[in-house]
Design a protein around this ligand. Sequence first.
Ligand code: NAP
Length: 246
Amino acid sequence: MSATTARVAIVTGGSRGIGRQVVSRLAADGYAVVVNYASNDAEGRSAAEEVIAKGGQALAIRADVSDEVAVAALFDAAEEAFGGVDVVVNAAGVMTPGTPLVDLDLNVLDRVMRVNMRGAFVVAQQAARRLRRGGALITFSTSVTKLAHPGYSAYNASKSAVEGMTLILARELRGRDITVNTVAPGPTATDLFLGANTEEAIARLAAQPPLERLGQPADIAEVVAFLAGPARWVNGQVLLVNGGII
Ligand code: NAP
């Protein structure tokens, strides 16, 4: 497939964890992929190189999703390299540690809202301006919005906002043939999850789903790939992807 005919995807937070698996899955499906990340250049480069080594097309671009100038430049780079944008997956996100609301440092609240909520908004704004017909925007929430685990007030607030914003945007894009959905994973074995939990908490959470294991990034990437391409009749939805915890 030539550089101008492949469907093109931008994956924010594509250098590690779930986003990286989404990069690999979309590339295997034939997409040219722009891998976005915040700070770790080596991981960003290696995610793109992995795609290229398998015969695909990829580009790594550093940009903080909450910075509207950097995100506009990210979309410019995708259009320049590959001719347009068909799919945007906003996997970039941060999680707060399990501090009760009463004791939460408000700087932590500001940081999580800035990356998760403002970042999703900034990326959605560019997606709404630039996605081609037949396109898809996939935002990321969390099953915590339904499970309501104590200690996750700021994270939950940021992700509930993403769910609300996503439904409105799906309706605002009437007539554009663009789907807009949110994927809400349960506990998934990535640095973000494993780094924020004790071994005991990890074992407890892994035992919760009827399938009795943690989610793997590939479990989530499967659903993103479905929403990115074949699932044209799923629109304005929050898909809980958690092995049946709730
Ligand atoms: P992860 O392993 O920590 O990876 C985070 C990725 O996001 C990295 O590529 C990181 O890049 C990037 N990133 C962080 N802040 C960014 C910013 N401001 N701008 C651009 N990129 C940024 O996370 P994950 O577990 O894969 O999570 C992916 C998404 O799923 C998040 O939205 C998270 O809230 C959601 N989620 C995860 C779980 C779970 O259990 N893992 C459950 C529910 C929902 P750098 O390395 O360069 O910083």
